[in-house]
Design a protein around this ligand. Structure first.
Ligand code: FAD
Length: 609
């Protein structure tokens, strides 16, 4: 009987305790409803804590020409105009207030000489816009939100994994999961649920994402009937570590380039000058001296080509490596130590501006970045696609279900600008919390269906049954997970081709069959094999969604690059790909026309040109 499982009851249940989840929980709690917050790991361990570069908000502290209109136009251009323009508008308008709110709650930002929040340059942002705390901005954001949230009466369930959403008719009325420590099942009843489960980088072999980034929220929402949007757009960050192998993929913040770091191939050439896209030519410097002045805050200088958008920089690096001009371990060189030619105490300067990077390379690669260039290469970083939401309320198409943060889609279009995620979390986390609380106040609790709960429990435990009965010739979850990640990396990665993606789709079908037969051994307490087996369903679901969307989009745009269709197709700029689960359980794709920009936003884009 489902009623035998320990049950917690809330008005609003927030799944995920990164920046988006914490901000949503704080807002819902402030509205006077009872809030529960569940997270897979310990509080403070979400991806948000890893964010280094900063949060984008047009406060104009360093360059007073900045304002919401410029930020809006930059976000739309970066997203290649397939963004949800309403989200881009709200984000640009509300981010400064959300950053000031963090400051009021105790966040200790770096400062300008006259005491304002300091803002740094980042790729695709016209003016210095990223509020930051050295290169530990995410840590400060999480610390501040946790400190503030802890006084709001939010109940936190750490180390709980949600494995399914519970529904009453179509409406979401709770969630079902297990505690990772004991392996015991739990029911969470709620009038409204907010998904804020972060990204899905673990679908690929080389990624900046931790073990938690398995796309759970996107998959949970999809299986509950929510629509997914823009799944083809994956951001491959240009600068991940390539050596040593144990840390391959680990992020090197864009702030290194923002502070003057340059990219060189094995011949020492700054190859980024070789290919500057037409739509960025007017803003990009071809003079190294001018590029350096830009990074040092010269308002009249143009940005260096190293600060072009991430998709473009990542492809240029891949080009150099493929042409045999790469570094010894298959990347290129990122050089910040060269600034000793410009700054007297450059080593101290680098350590002050980029403390985490300095330590990361010293400890993991035994390399002093103040003296030697780093070896770097592209790494899977961020999902622009995810759960389709209403721009104002963050509601999905499933009643009672909301989503915010990286697992939600729309704001970033085909490509996210650096720094626009942290601000996304606080702008739309707040909105999700506000509207979920409103929904909970307007609706009574739904019924938990025992059969649904039992089916979810049975499915979760099946791998144990197989382990107990068939010891020989049976696979564990790790091999299936590894094969999926390798295949996605190879066939649906940074450069895509029709025949390769078709092979990937067939491969996903076969991996699903293998996943249905995997076995796990041992008991339920802290059993990582079992946890991996459960996560596989999510990884397979999102991999299929990414591949289907990418196959359908026969053009190149932002984080989706097709070698067989390298140009943009103006007709394809008019729609987004939307995926949903059909009645027969198959994944269906449709084109959703992008609503026309309203006149006042058209004017903003015109003005900014
Ligand atoms: P996360 O912070 O990823 O949190 C997800 C939460 O969901 C976690 O608490 C997790 O435990 C929980 N969860 C997941 N699945 C389940 C489940 N099944 N059951 C229960 N709980 C679950 N962006 C910027 O704007 N600026 C930067 O400088 C920047 N730097 C970055 C550096 C790195 C190394 C990385 C990886 C990302 C960076 N990003 C940056 C991106 C940004 O940090 C993330 O997009 C953002 O933090 C995601 O926040 P979130 O709240 O959506 O999810």
């Amino acid at each position: 009987m489902a009623t035998n499982y320990e049950t917690h009851e809330y008005d609003v249940l927030v799944i995920g305790a990164g920046g988006a989840g914490l901000r949503a929980a704080i807002e819902a709690s402030a509205a006077g409803v009872k809030v529960g917050l569940v997270c897979k790991s310990l509080l403070g361990k979400a991806h948000t804590v890893m964010a280094e570069g900063g949060m984008a908000a047009a406060m104009g502290n360093v360059d007073d020409r900045d304002n919401w209109k410029v930020h809006f136009a930059d976000t739309m251009r970066g997203g290649q105009y397939v963004n949800n323009w309403r989200m881009a508008e709200l984000h640009a308008k509300e981010a400064p207030a959300r950053v000031h709110e963090l400051e009021a709650w105790g966040a200790v930002f770096d400062r300008t000489k006259d005491g304002k929040i300091l803002q740094r340059n980042f790729g695709g942002h016209k003016y210095p816009r990223l509020a930051h705390v050295g290169d530990r901005t995410g840590l400060e954001m999480i610390r501040t939100l946790q400190d503030h949230g802890i006084h709001q009466g939010i109940t936190v369930h750490m180390e709980y994994t949600i494995i399914s959403l519970l529904q009453d008719g179509g409406r979401v009325v709770g969630a079902f999961g297990y505690d990772r420590e004991r392996g015991r099942f739990r029911i969470f009843k709620a009038k409204a649920v907010v998904l804020s489960t972060g990204g899905l980088g673990r679908a690929f072999k080389i990624t900046t994402n931790s073990w938690e980034g398995t796309g759970d929220g996107v998959s949970l929402a999809y299986h509950a009937g929510a629509e997914l949007l823009d799944m083809e757009y994956i951001q491959f960050h240009p600068t991940g570590m390539v050596w040593p192998p144990s840390v391959q993929g680990l992020l090197i913040t864009e702030a290194v380039r923002g502070e003057g770091g340059v990219l060189r191939n094995k011949d020492g050439k700054r190859f980024m000058y070789d290919d500057i896209p037409d739509n960025y030519k007017s803003q990009t410097s071809t003079d190294p001296e001018e590029g350096w002045r830009y990074t040092q805050g010269d308002k009249n200088a143009k940005r260096p080509p190293e600060l072009l958008t991430r998709d473009h920089v990542a492809r240029c690096i891949r080009r150099e490596v493929k042409a045999g001009r790469g570094s010894p371990h298959g990347g290129v060189f990122l050089d910040i130590c060269w600034i000793k030619e410009k700054i007297p105490n450059s080593a101290e300067h680098i350590k002050k501006k980029l403390p985490s990077m300095y330590h990361q390379f010293m400890q993991l690669a035994n390399l002093d970045i103040t003296k030697e260039p780093m070896e770097i290469g592209p790494t899977t970083h961020y999902a622009m696609g995810g759960i389709r939401v209403n721009g104002d309320t963050q509601a999905t198409n499933v009643p009672g279900l909301f989503a915010a943060g990286e697992c939600a889609a729309g704001l970033h279009g085909a490509n996210r600008l650096g720094g626009n995620s942290l601000s996304d979390l606080i702008v739309f986390g707040k909105r999700a919390g506000e509207y979920a609380a409103k929904y909970a106040q307007e609706n009574s609790a739904g019924q938990i269906n025992d059969a649904q709960v039992e089916a979810a429990a049975r499915e979760a435990l099946e791998p144990f049954d197989r382990g107990a009965t068939t010891a020989a010739n049976i696979e564990g979850p790790y091999q299936v997970q590894y094969d999926l990640q390798s295949m996605m990396q190879e066939l649906v990665g940074i450069v895509r081709l029709e025949n390769e993606m078709s092979r990937a789709l067939d491969g996903i079908g076969k991996l699903k069959e293998r996943a249905a037969k995997i076995a796990v051994y041992g008991h339920r307490e802290y059993n990582p094999g079992w946890h991996t087996a459960i996560d596989l369903k999510h990884l397979l679901t999102i991999s299929e969604a990414i591949t289907r969307s990418a196959l359908d989009r026969k053009e190149s745009r932002g984080g989706h690059f097709r070698e067989d269709f390298p140009d943009k197709d103006p007709a394809a700029a008019k729609y987004n790909n939307v995926l949903s689960k059909a009645a027969d359980g198959s994944m269906k794709l449709r084109h959703e026309p992008i609503p026309a920009l309203p006149e006042h936003l058209k004017q903003v884009i015109e003005e900014m040109k």
